[in-house]
Design a protein around this ligand. Structure first.
Ligand SMILES: [Zn+2]
Length: 75
């Protein structure tokens, strides 16, 4: 048991240079694996998409300060 997989994303704002990293983990158990849901980020408004067994992915992010689309680097 424990963390058996994870998705990591780095979100950056091209205007103000804000940067934030986030990771979601898959937890295994005797009954199967389940993913954490995507958390809120401090600097960005993030849209998560649940891709089933692949877990949640960041599909879009917007800087809370600049209100522009952020750059997402993910798996
Ligand atoms: Zn910004």
């Amino acid at each position: 048991m424990g963390t058996i997989d994870s998705n990591r994303f780095k979100v950056t704002c091209p205007k103000c240079g804000a940067i934030e990293s986030v990771a979601v983990h898959e937890k295994g158990s005797a009954y199967g694996a389940s993913w954490q849901s995507g958390p809120e980020l401090k600097a960005f408004k993030v849209q998560w998409e649940d891709k089933g067994s692949s877990g949640p992915f960041v599909v879009s992010a917007q800087c809370r300060v600049c209100a522009i689309s952020a750059t997402i680097v993910g798996p």
